[in-house]
Design a protein around this ligand. Sequence first.
Ligand code: MLT
Length: 238
Amino acid sequence: MRVRVRFTVPEVDPAELGGATAVVIDVLRATSTVTAALAAGARGIYPVASTEEALRLVQSLGRDDTLLCGERKGARIEGYDLGNSPGEFTPELVDGKRVVMDTTNGTPALLAVAEADRVVATCFANIAATAAALHDAADVLVVCAGSEDAFALEDAVCAGALVSALGGPGRHAFDDGARAAYVLASRWRVDPEFLAGTSAGQGLIGLGLEADVRWCAQRDVVDLVPEMRDRVVVVGGG
Ligand code: MLT
């Protein structure tokens, strides 16, 4: 297995997507929220890169069984059904529903790697499930969403946690990004305090969203892997 890590989306060369399994990480909060929504029974998640696209898609899918969710600057977009807090995606609200998702970093990151052979999403809540789902992948490209195209420590540490769960540098061919992520993950114990200390975590706390920080710091509480097929994220296979 070859493992490469890109810490921001602009670092991804489209030519490197062919043949690769892309793993998208946006710990705070899009891939955590995607994981929570699927665990709550969402039928599928439709990532979009703009509000205009979101509103168009909701109309074409049918408003009755489609939820519109997302954030700008961390806060729920006015007129949307939900924001981007994992804890608000409860079975009562999302079971059986389609979810159009419109966020600042995470959904554009998913769309940026749509041409990869396979696209999965991970976060701290499903690292073990993701590592298991990648057991037979030959070429893994981990893509951190970052924050507005800048490095995000929580995404890099999550990438390192995944790289470690895959077996570490002794077992696979790691590029420099993978080796750096592996060392970063060995340096920090992931807990709410760690996440709260990151730039994105500080922003969420400033919005009163401490519960999101706590949710996103959980390790391996969800045993499913979101997988994007034809631009729709569903529960992936093994
Ligand atoms: C996102 O999820 O795209 C962003 O990282 C920001 C957020 O959720 O507040």
